[in-house]
Design a protein around this ligand. Structure first.
Ligand SMILES: O=C(O)[C@H]1NCC[C@@H]1O
Length: 392
């Protein structure tokens, strides 16, 4: 019996997704059922936010998602796709709203697009090119912060079928220009925003960097926590980073560091990244390793090492003179550390690029992604709770 046939009377519309994870961080990838969105990618983003946000809530919030759920919507027509510069456009969905860059989803979607021969889902699949020498396929994604070039390792079978993704090698992408926006900034913490571990300190010193979106980066002791992220107190760190972010945003002078020369839409603080230099197993050919815990959007916790945050951290390391071009570094999350280092990302500054009069770098980020399933979601007429709620 067709299991779904008895559900048919309840289905007025459906959204279809492919489900993946990158080091444990989910990406619910919407490929069908999202209403028509027209215009540039940023116009499509504005339309999704203003007219169709109920769809994001229904997919990302409970009962279909959870407070740390992440998603993406494939956009086969954008100005860069239609001009032949990108193969696919993507919008990113968080529990809070929409993000401008996402490394873990870029890695997942790039793999999906190489695997996907269904032209209804991916009309430009035939335009992908296989590099015989390197045995990889380039996938260009148009995301809200710009154009990201991913390469997916693949094997071309001897018959004329589609190539097979080679899951023994990492997927990597070349970021939009990333840069250090402020180093050693002092954030005054007003009494109403102090957290228990802060002690009697009145200021916290942070770095700010852009990796497709803006990050505060600081080591755990700067917040008053143990230097080790081996067994972090996630609830206490979430409280501290949320208050730190509020204190940062309360200062017009500090907010002025969130300046992007090209787009006003990119000028907001997305995340606070707590780091532990030195923790974790370096991947092969890496000069060192570190671990990070990323609180983003409305305090979601990234399970992956956070691609856009890796870009920001590499840009900071280059700006501080701690890293040279071409030097590869391993970035772990608490999940990759729990699995002996498997799933750690690497980040390599590959090129210096001037951006708005300052030094920027293009970063090569590498990682893996796996499929977890595929879904068809419905919302029954009259089901108010089922439209999406959050206990957050
Ligand atoms: O990998 C990344 O860049 C993303 N992961 C969740 C938070 C960031 O957007």
């Amino acid at each position: 019996m067709d299991v779904q046939s008895f559900l048919r009377p309840y289905v007025s519309s459906q959204v279809k997704t492919i489900e993946m994870h990158t080091t444990g961080e989910p990406t619910r990838i919407v490929y069908s059922g999202f209403p028509e969105l027209r215009g540039t990618l940023l116009e499509q983003l504005a339309l999704a936010r203003s007219h169709y946000d109920y769809i994001r809530r229904s997919l990302i919030h409970e009962p279909r998602g959870h407070r740390d759920m992440y998603g993406a919507i494939l956009r086969p027509h954008t100005e860069l796709v239609d001009a032949g510069q990108a193969h696919m456009g993507v919008l990113f969905l968080t529990h809070e709203g929409y993000s401008t860059m996402c490394g873990h989803a870029t890695i997942a979607i790039s793999r999906l697009l190489v695997d996907c021969t269904d032209t209804a889902l991916f009309p430009r699949h035939d335009e992908l090119l296989f590099d015989e020498e390197k045995k990889e396929v380039e996938v260009r994604l148009h995301v809200p912060c710009g154009l990201v070039r991913a390469t997916v390792p693949a094997i071309k079978p001897s018959d004329s079928g589609n190539w097979c993704v080679d899951t023994t090698r990492t997927i990597h992408y070349l970021s939009v220009p990333s840069f250090a926006a402020g180093i050693g900034l002092s954030v005054p913490i007003p009494p109403s925003l102090r957290w228990p571990n802060l002690g009697d300190r009145e200021n916290v010193i942070v770095d700010v960097a852009y990796g497709g979106t803006f990050y505060i980066v600081l080591p755990a002791p700067a917040l008053g926590f143990s230097p080790s992220l081996a067994h972090p107190d996630i609830a206490a760190l979430s409280d501290a980073t949320k208050k730190l972010r509020a204190a940062f945003n309360a200062s017009a002078e500090l907010r002025s560091y969130l300046h992007h020369p090209d787009h006003e839409d990119l000028q907001f603080l997305y995340s606070v990244f707590v780091t532990e230099p030195g923790r974790g197993v370096p991947a092969p050919e890496s000069a060192g390793a570190e671990t990070g815990l990323c609180f983003f959007a409305d305090q979601q916790v990234d399970r992956s090492p956070t691609g856009s945050g890796v870009q920001a951290r590499v840009a900071l390391a280059v700006e501080k003179g701690e890293r040279k071009l071409g030097q590869r570094w391993t970035y772990h999350s608490i999940v990759s550390n729990a699995y002996g280092g498997k799933g750690g990302f690497t980040g390599t500054p590959v090129e210096e690029i001037e951006i708005g009069g300052r030094r920027g770098v293009r970063v090569r980020v590498s990682g893996w992604a796996n499929y977890t399933g595929f879904s068809t979601f419905i919302v029954e007429e009259g089901d108010e709770v089922g439209r999406g709620f959050s206990l957050k």
